[in-house]
Design a protein around this ligand. Structure first.
Ligand code: BG6
Length: 500
């Protein structure tokens, strides 16, 4: 069943941004080449980047302006093979692209070269983007300050992970906070920049239909799944010391949980929304050594198949035994009035059967079924918010199968497919986030207390895991994770919903 859209919205309106100088540390690294520069190009092509703005790449790699421009173009083609690029256009864009060879940890003369390159910046917003490992954030901030480059109101953008536990996150936040004020710090969780994640707020709070039933009276449970088909071996250096819980649950999945579970904010100002998210994080029931087996599952992929090709297991990719989990499932309980008795089941994994990120809100069974329970088609209503791919929202309902022959039931979706309903191209999350930094809009970024509250909860699970002798359960690459994740729900008389 398709919702008819009488009027398709035209292309999105652009919010103008002021002129800026963006200094990207780690400019020759994967994130800068794969995401940041291409995102800036797209914003430039849409006319959103003022002509006097500059993007200054900084890294230890020996390059100059011209060779950096060539490298970014080459990388764009590599990472966006499906997108035709007009090289004349790229050349025009790259006039705003510069490069400084700089060791961000060495407080020496490289910084003077950066200062000279930036020169006079009257009237321009200065932004430092640290596309670097978080262990370096404090030193780089100190060097920015010592070199006199932190102009009034300058902003800093930090990539996740902020630390690898509460203690190290505090140390990073303290070190950065010694140079930048909290409202100058933009901590990225790129999920918050995704179109469909933003839509969660609109869907919940701008439709009067949902709020009256958005609670324990009507909702049975919520599932949040972020499944990936890619493996983890390519980033083993980082990933093997992190694992799925730290890499995905601490940030992306908990942010999604917050947006689904938070109380209605009284406006959309950044601190109003972040205050509400923080209350959810603080209400998460700690998972302890006593509850960890019943409330969590960790898994690690073994050999299997992905996209039709045989692939190695995680340990084989690393060529050494490793206990790191590439899959995590957690049953989260939010101890507040609204969510009493409503579990939030979270799961994420690498090398799963299909790439799929979605939130499923499962409503309770009808109070009194007019047909025999177990009748074909009789299922609880579900709201499925598909974040990627095939972005959209489905409301799954029981209807009467048309035609004679008695009361046959059919479970069908009311389907809002973004691809069918909207003609606009969806900007990559980084495009939205970068422009939000320039505008100074903190709503899409994590505040210090949010990050730390999330770590506190995750640290509890991590500590319980380290005491628990159960190793990560093996699952074959290309499947939906270890069977223990299904058993976790089965014990509660539930099952993951994979039928959307
Ligand atoms: C990153 C994680 O934050 O998010 C990666 O470090 C993961 O391990 C990625 O692959 C997933 O992002 P997306 O946008 O592809 O869902």
């Amino acid at each position: 069943m398709e919702i008819s859209m009488e009027e398709r919205p035209s292309s999105p309106q652009l919010l103008p941004v002021g002129a800026f100088d963006l200094i990207v540390f780690g400019a020759a690294g994967d994130l800068a080449l794969r995401k940041l520069v291409p995102s800036l190009f797209h914003r430039w092509r849409d006319g959103q980047i003022p002509a006097t703005s500059r993007i200054v790449g900084a890294s230890r790699t020996a390059l100059d302006d011209d060779s950096y421009r060539a490298l970014t173009l080459e990388s764009f083609k590599k990472f966006h093979p499906g997108e035709a690029i007009d090289e004349k256009e790229w050349r025009a864009f790259s006039k705003q692209l510069f490069y400084v060879e700089l060791d961000a940890l060495d407080g020496g003369s490289d910084w003077k070269a950066l200062g000279d390159k930036l020169g006079d910046m009257a009237g321009k917003q200065r932004i430092f983007y640290l596309a670097l490992p978080p262990g370096l954030y404090g030193d780089v901030c100190r060097n920015i300050d010592a070199a006199g480059l932190k102009t009034p109101g300058a902003r800093i953008v930090l990539e996740k992970p902020i630390g690898h536990d509460l203690l190290s996150a505090r140390a990073v936040n303290d070190a950065v906070g010694a140079v930048f004020a909290e409202d100058e710090i933009f901590r990225i969780d790129h999920y918050l920049g995704k179109e469909t994640v933003q839509n969660l707020i609109v869907l919940r709070f701008m439709n009067s239909l949902f709020e009256p039933v958005w609670n324990a009276n009507a909702i049975d449970h919520v599932e949040i799944t972020v499944a990936e088909t890619i493996g983890a071996g390519g980033r083993a250096g980082y990933y093997d010391s992190a694992g799925a819980l730290r890499d995905m649950v601490q940030n992306h999945l908990l942010q999604l949980l917050c947006l689904v579970a938070m109380e209605p904010p009284f406006d959309l100002e950044s601190d109003t929304v972040r205050d509400e998210k923080l209350k959810v994080l603080r209400a998460l029931r700690p998972i302890t050594a006593q509850s960890v087996r019943e409330a969590s599952v960790r898994g690690q992929y073994g050999p299997g198949a992905s996209d039709g090709a045989a692939v190695k297991g995680y340990a084989e990719e690393l060529d050494k035994p490793t206990a790191t989990e590439t899959f995590a499932a957690v049953k989260a309980n939010i101890d507040n009035w609204r969510w009493k008795g409503v579990p939030f089941y979270l799961r994420t994994g690498k090398r799963m059967g299909a790439r799929r990120s979605e939130v499923i809100v499962q409503f309770k069974d009808v109070a009194h079924a007019l047909v025999a329970s177990g009748a074909d088609g009789l299922q609880p209503s579900r709201l499925v918010i598909r974040l990627q791919p095939d972005e959209g929202v489905k409301l799954l309902l029981v209807t009467k199968d048309p035609g004679p022959g008695g009361m046959r039931l059919r479970y069908v979706p009311l389907n809002l497919s973004y691809a069918d309903a909207f003609s606009a191209r969806y900007p990559d999350a980084y495009e939205r986030l970068l422009m939000a930094v320039v505008r100074g809009d903190l709503a899409l970024f994590m505040r210090r207390d949010e990050v730390e509250a999330a770590w506190q909860w995750v640290d509890g699970i991590q500590a319980a895991w380290s005491k628990d002798e159960t190793p990560a359960h093996k699952y074959a690459a290309g499947t939906d994770g270890p069977v223990q994740a299904a058993m976790m729900l089965d014990r509660d008389g539930r099952a993951w919903f994979d039928g959307a």
